[in-house]
Design a protein around this ligand. Structure first.
Ligand code: MN
Length: 195
């Protein structure tokens, strides 16, 4: 696909998402490589080396162009690939919604991992994902997908069309917690750079 197909948001439409790959034949994904993730991982030197070495694709997701209105829903898949920077698992940048009081639903199609949640008051939790598990992201909570497994972590999501994405708060502050591998298992540790 060279250009995104226009979907009929007024009269209805269908769109395909492959549950094994998360990919669509009729929509174009947005891709985030390690070089798009500067400042996101705790070990900045390891990130720099990884960018120079191979610059892996960390995640991709679909934004299929939902009208930015409260009556519409944005939906699609998000695929976070397996991998680590030093001992920290591959993850999405994570974001708050610009309209903070808007929720989101994830449904896990494949893989193993977590959604890390955190609100502006500092309350946080890590919700575990596995195939067939659905997760609820309440209003006000920033969210980030983390792949702690060996295959792509694929989720299907839906949220209010006008919710918007605020990446800048996370870029400045990070999340309070990091998900790292220790003795072959996923472990949650404090983020030394969290302000
Ligand atoms: Mn969201």
């Amino acid at each position: 696909l060279e250009t995104q197909i226009e979907f009929n948001w007024m009269r209805g439409f269908t769109v395909d998402f492959n549950p094994e790959t998360g990919m669509s034949k009729t929509a174009i994904s947005t891709k985030r490589y390690l070089s798009d993730m500067e400042g996101m991982f705790a070990d900045e030197k390891a990130l720099k080396r990884a960018i120079e070495n191979k610059n892996d694709l960390v995640y991709e997701f679909y934004n299929i162009g939902a009208p930015e209105k409260p009556c519409d829903l944005s939906f699609g898949t998000s695929v976070t690939y397996p991998g680590k920077v030093a001992n920290e698992f591959f993850m999405t940048k994570g974001h708050f919604h610009t309209v903070l009081e808007t929720a989101e639903v994830y449904y896990c199609l494949r893989g193993d991992g977590y959604i890390l949640l955190e609100n502006p008051e500092g309350d946080w939790s890590a919700q575990e994902l596995a195939p067939s598990v659905s997760a609820y992201i309440p209003p006000r909570y920033a969210h980030r997908s983390i792949n702690t497994g060996k295959v792509p972590l694929i989720t299907f999501y839906a949220f209010r069309g006008d919710a918007g994405h605020d990446y800048s708060s996370i870029e400045k502050k990070g999340f309070q917690k990091l998900m790292v591998e220790k003795d072959g298992k996923a472990e949650i540790v404090d983020n030394p750079k969290w302000k």
